[in-house]
Design a protein around this ligand. Structure first.
Ligand SMILES: [Zn+2]
Length: 74
C-alpha cells in the first residue's frame, strides 16, 4: 500500500495528520491533509491544528496512536 499524501500539496502525511483530518472533516474521508493545508482549509494557524491533535489524543481518541516521542516546542 502506498504512503498517504496530502491531497492539497502532495506532501507526506503522518498518522496524526490522518487522524486529525478524520476528526475535523469526516471520519470516513480518504482525502488527507497535512497540518499546514488543514490550517489553510479551516483558515486557522497551524498551531491550532496541532493543538487539536494534542487535545484529541488527551481525550483518548482511538484514531490517535499513543505517541512516545515528544516535540519540545516552547
Ligand atoms: Zn498539504
Amino acid at each position: 500500500m502506498s504512503a498517504p499524501v496530502c491531497v492539497k500539496c502532495g506532501g507526506p502525511v503522518t498518522a496524526d495528520e490522518i487522524a486529525v483530518t478524520k476528526r475535523l472533516i469526516n471520519r470516513g474521508t480518504t482525502d488527507y491533509y497535512c497540518v499546514p493545508c488543514l490550517a489553510a482549509y479551516f483558515d486557522v494557524r497551524p498551531e491550532a491544528i496541532r493543538g487539536r491533535i494534542v487535545h484529541y489524543r488527551a481525550m483518548g481518541c482511538t484514531l490517535f496512536a499513543p505517541e512516545e516521542e515528544e516535540t519540545a516546542d516552547q
